[in-house]
Design a protein around this ligand. Structure first.
Ligand code: OOG
Ligand code: NI
Length: 463
């Protein structure tokens, strides 16, 4: 029997093997990440495992997929439910900025600390908003919806096995092997010729719209390993002659605690694709839509911490409008040093980071302090940071933009169509979890357990 967790870990491995045959530079990225992680572990084992055990980090991947309709999203949710992955968070990548895209997204991932420790595989999943008039006029929407309605991304065999796996908490060996094989195949790049004219019409609006609605199947867009030192990885990749995007997105490298998520990628590679020309002939061509992303994860921020982060990102934008990537980095570091606590204790005391708590080995004498940070400071409780398991829409938009050939076009004056977490929940027929609530419950539950063990009252966590 393959349990839900075995299926999730197995799927991450199988997708990784498949993507490595399609995009060999991904294998290089994984190899370099593995080397960097081994070096960090050797140099500083405590720091290396502060945000997750090394076996978790080594196996850790996130994928990105893009689908066209609510019905397709519902099927994706069924497939991921078989792997113990639930929708978490809502990201709206539309808007008026130059980098805006006609999609909204959620992330499928495990939500319990135990499941995450076994395998934290997550997939950023985007769905086209075909009725958004800023991007698609009524005529094009009609054609696009009709095109999407004609295709089948997941066959009945895959969906039936997924339903069984969800209901039974796993699958017998033979069915599990078949499920993993069939599901992996759903995300392979199709050899089917691309309709040149149709793809070009969508590309003029958005490269992502063309990647989703311009072809009759879906595919994995990227698969991202986790690295413990992204600056070192960036240098080593460039040393191997692989062109990286200009920047590492997200927080800068600095001496204080890592928060949220830092990401970078190698540039999208031209991949050979067949095209069907307007006169019906089949020709050879290439498309560049898939890239190799890598990420370093930090501490999950509370709403207060996230507020600070978001305010700093706006300030960085304002101050670096005309800056080079190097100047931008310097300004980021300066702002980080001026604004963030320089250690985990500071994040905890400010109520800006999420932590788990455990009782210290020995009960201390005297009255316990009344605050969580007091209990930690005086040695009653041990605090361990909670790793950020989610995404940053702003970095996502940056990664998207840096990998697209053209910015596309949109009518910023038209009215956008409403989308929110409830829309996703309705589309998939499942609860969409709020990431802040998940972190907060995890933190609180550990605090209550530790305080019961110490036989002291549970204080409120400031946040
Ligand atoms: C998803 C982009 C978002 C990330 O890591 O922020 C993402 C996509 O390219 O489809 O994967
Ligand atoms: Ni990604």
């Amino acid at each position: 029997m393959f349990s839900t967790h075995d299926l999730r870990a197995g799927f991450a491995r199988s997708l990784s093997a498949m993507y490595g045959t399609e995009v060999p530079a991904y294998n290089t990225l994984v190899d370099v990440s593995t080397q960097v992680n081994a070096d960090v572990l050797a140099a500083d084992p405590v720091r290396a495992e502060r945000l997750g055990r090394i076996d978790r980090v080594t196996a850790e991947r996130h994928g990105a997929i893009r689908v066209g309709t609510a019905a397709e999203l519902r099927q994706v949710a069924q497939v991921f439910a078989a792997l113990g992955m639930e929708p978490v968070g809502f990201y709206d990548l539309r808007g008026t900025e130059a980098t805006s895209l006609p999609i909204v997204s959620t992330a499928f991932r495990s939500i319990t600390p135990d499941a995450l420790a076994i395998n934290p595989f997550r997939v950023f999943t985007s769905v086209l908003v075909t009725d958004d008039r800023r991007y698609f006029d009524a005529g094009l929407q009609g054609e696009l919806d009709a095109f999407l309605a004609r295709r089948t991304l997941f066959g009945p065999d895959v969906l039936t096995l997924a339903e069984r796996a969800e209901a039974d908490g796993g699958l017998p060996d033979a069915d599990a092997a078949q499920f993993l094989r069939l599901t992996t195949a759903c995300f392979e790049l199709s050899p089917e010729p691309v309709d040149r004219a149709w793809y070009a019409r969508l590309s003029a609006i958005s490269g992502v719209a063309a990647d989703i609605g311009g072809v009759p199947t879906t595919h994995i867009n990227h698969l991202t390993p986790r690295v413990l030192d992204i600056d070192d990885l960036y240098r080593r990749m460039e040393g191997l002659g692989i062109t990286m995007i200009d920047e590492i997105q997200g927080p800068p490298k600095w001496a204080g605690p890592d928060v949220l998520l830092r990401q970078t990628s190698f540039k999208a590679l031209a991949e050979p694709r067949k095209f069907r020309e307007p006169d019906g002939t089949i020709t050879d061509g290439a498309l560049s839509v898939r890239f190799g992303e890598v990420e370093q994860r930090g501490i999950a921020l509370t709403p207060a911490g996230r507020d600070r982060y978001d305010r700093l990102i706006v300030e960085i934008d304002q101050r670096t409008a005309a800056a080079t990537p190097a100047e931008r980095d310097a300004i980021k570091v300066e702002l980080w040093q001026a604004n963030w606590p320089t250690d985990e204790e500071g994040l905890l005391a400010n109520g800006e980071g999420f932590f788990e708590f455990s009782a210290a080995a020995r009960r201390l004498d005297g009255d316990p302090p009344r605050t969580v940070s007091g209990l930690v400071e005086q040695g009653w409780l041990v605090a361990t940071p909670i790793v950020y398991e989610d995404f940053l829409p702003r970095s996502a938009a940056g990664i998207f933009a840096s990998n697209l050939d053209s910015k596309g076009s949109r009518d910023a004056h038209a009215e956008g169509s409403p989308r929110d977490a409830d829309w996703i929940a309705e589309a998939v027929g499942r609860t969409v979890h709020d990431p802040m609530q998940l972190y907060s419950e995890q933190s609180r539950a550990s605090l209550v357990t530790a305080c019961v063990e110490l036989r002291i009252p549970t204080p409120e966590v400031n946040r």
